[in-house]
Design a binder for this molecule. Structure first.
Ligand code: 5GP
Ligand code: ZN
Length: 115
């Protein structure tokens, strides 16, 4: 655990979150600022900064993907959903504990915002 990491502190229960699914190796909780009717963040319990670091821990990566699929099932996203890993500056990543955004519950529109 990294004391300065917001999501490590959510894993530890030091910061409250609405948890929708938990395994030994993952936690899934509702995003505080949802961008879709369902917007859940899935994180590994162990601290990895981003998806590149997570890729170096294949077991944790597989667990995060399995948890994302489970969240979609729990949330009833039978019409589809997106799993997004924002990465680095161009990716708009704000929290540097890797998280999969699971978003759905309505048509999500174009894949990318156009400027
Ligand atoms: P990123 O931009 O890093 O991909 O996404 C970070 C996400 O974390 C954002 O969607 C933001 O709304 C969410 N977030 C930031 N702080 C908190 C918090 O304290 N609790 C929860 N549940 N979500 C948060
Ligand atoms: Zn962390």
């Amino acid at each position: 655990m990294e004391n300065s990491c917001l999501f490590c502190r959510i894993v530890a229960g030091e910061i409250p979150a609405t948890i929708v699914h938990r395994t030994e190796t993952t936690v899934a909780f509702r995003d505080i600022d949802p961008k879709a009717p369902t917007h859940v963040l899935v994180i590994p319990v162990t601290h990895h900064a981003d998806v590149v670091a997570l890729a170096g821990d294949p077991a944790a990566a597989a667990d995060v993907l399995a948890a994302a699929a489970k969240v979609a099932e729990i949330e009833g996203l039978t019409a589809g959903f997106r799993v997004i890993f924002n990465t680095g500056r161009d990716g708009g990543q704000e929290v540097f504990h890797v998280h999969a955004h699971v978003v759905g519950g309505a048509p999500l529109g174009p894949m990318l915002a156009r400027s």
